[in-house]
Design a protein around this ligand. Structure first.
Ligand code: COA
Length: 205
């Protein structure tokens, strides 16, 4: 059928939208070369790297490698990660980024998400707005069935944010990962498409 894209699972979903969306105050789009300096500087901040897979030694070259890899894969390709820039509509300021992992399962309707805001743009609701917008984009524009996120159990701001957008805590994976020299426990949060419809936050997005 015109405008439809058949996935490996056999499901076909209406005209896939590109990797961009808008919310009340934000424009979210693919990361681009102009973002890399600010993006890499932010990633190297101790409080940003603390609960993430990278360390404070994160460089511009690391960011360039990430972008280069991203440019080689189509948005939505199973197994790929895609980094999105969170930009304020009002003045074009880069506020942070979102990550989407299109999970490499037999079922291609699952995605995993991550999120980071620059320190000076926190506590203004941009995180909630960007993540709620991303959930809407993944469920409604991309036809996803299940979206998950994991976070270190000590990352209170991330846990608060995940709850605020209506994601459901499914598990606490005790001592499930070894990060930066120590054993960590992680929360697994999830939302199904049916739950998104119930939790839709029109006030935020
Ligand atoms: C996780 C992270 C994005 C959360 O940022 P945040 O600023 O706490 O989240 P938000 O942008 O949604 O802001 C929510 C706060 O803004 C306040 N706020 C102000 N104006 C608001 C508005 N217009 N709408 C909604 N909330 C608003 C809320 O009351 C809330 O504050 P409170 O928690 O003190 O009540 C941020 O801490 C971060 O980037 N951490 C480092 C990276 C990281 O660890 N990522 C997670 C990896 S799993």
């Amino acid at each position: 059928m015109p405008g439809e894209d058949a996935h490996s699972s056999g499901r076909s979903i209406p005209a896939l939208r590109p990797a961009s969306f808008k919310t009340r105050r934000l424009f979210v789009r693919s990361l681009c070369a102009d973002d890399l300096e600010e993006f890499s500087r932010n990633r190297a901040r101790p409080e940003v790297a603390q609960y993430q897979s990278w360390g404070v030694e994160y460089t511009l070259q690391d960011a360039q490698r990430l972008l280069d890899a991203q440019l080689l894969t189509a948005y939505g390709q199973c197994g790929s990660w895609h980094q999105l820039a969170i930009v304020r509509c009002e003045d074009g300021q880069l506020l942070g980024d979102l990550a989407v992992h299109f999970c490499d399962f037999e079922d291609d309707s699952q995605a995993e998400v991550g999120f980071t805001l620059m320190a000076e743009h926190r506590r203004q609701g941009y995180g909630q707005e960007a993540l709620a917008g991303l959930l809407r984009h993944l469920f409604l524009d991309r036809g996803m069935r299940r979206v998950t996120a994991t976070t270190d159990e000590r990352n209170e701001r991330a846990v608060t944010l995940l709850r605020a957008v209506g994601m459901r805590q499914e598990a606490l994976l005790r001592e499930s990962s070894f990060w930066k020299g120590e054993l960590c426990s992680e929360y697994l949060f999830a939302m199904l498409a049916s739950e998104f419809r119930l939790a839709a936050r029109d006030d935020v997005i």
